[in-house]
Design a protein around this ligand. Structure first.
Ligand code: ZN
Length: 181
């Protein structure tokens, strides 16, 4: 009488009759909480240049927590520029930056969320928007858009928020507790 093979001892040469036996997996070793390397690094503190809707410079002293864009390289239409209503992310796209504002900045807020609907189509203008806030939840909320009445996070916003959540615990809490997909 043979004793049942220990899982670790089971080899490719084991008779097939034994393959139906229950194989107990060794318990996975206790894992330490994963810490993304970015959490350990403070992004560089510097001045970031933006332009507001009036065309004036907006300089933010802070750290870039997350930045993403929906811009694509190729056009998906034969005309030089996408006509109104035609979606082409090489003609019109969306930029997002989330910054932690330095306490020395005049704004007196902890975060600034910059979003800009960009366009290269003649006759159209970029639509920059700034939200200054000290509320991590408002950072998330400011990026939620309504589509057909449903709250939605655009892909670029979700990516920028994911980066920011890796670098800022308060934003991580606000983002992970938000129920928007
Ligand atoms: Zn295009």
């Amino acid at each position: 009488m043979t004793s049942p093979a220990h899982p670790e001892e089971t080899s490719a040469y084991a008779p097939s009759a034994t393959t139906h036996t229950t194989v107990k997996r060794a318990a996975a070793p206790e894992r330490e909480a994963y810490v993304h390397p970015a959490r350990l690094d403070q992004p560089a503190l510097r001045e970031w240049d933006f332009t507001d809707a009036a065309g004036d410079a907006v300089v933010v002293l802070g750290r870039m927590l997350g930045r993403a864009s929906s811009v694509k390289d190729g056009h998906n239409h034969p005309e030089e520029y996408a006509e109104k209503g035609v979606r082409c992310s090489a003609c019109r796209w969306f930029d997002v930056s989330i910054l932690a504002v330095d306490e020395d900045d005049e704004a007196g807020a902890d975060y600034v969320v910059y979003t800009c609907g960009r366009t290269i189509v003649p006759g159209e203008v970029d639509r920059p928007r700034f939200v200054w806030t000290s509320s991590p939840r408002e950072v998330v909320e400011s990026l939620v858009v309504r589509q057909d009445g449903q709250p939605k996070l655009p892909v670029a916003s979700a990516r920028a928020l994911a980066q920011a959540a890796d670098r800022d615990e308060d934003l991580a809490d606000a983002y992970e507790n938000r129920l928007v997909a």
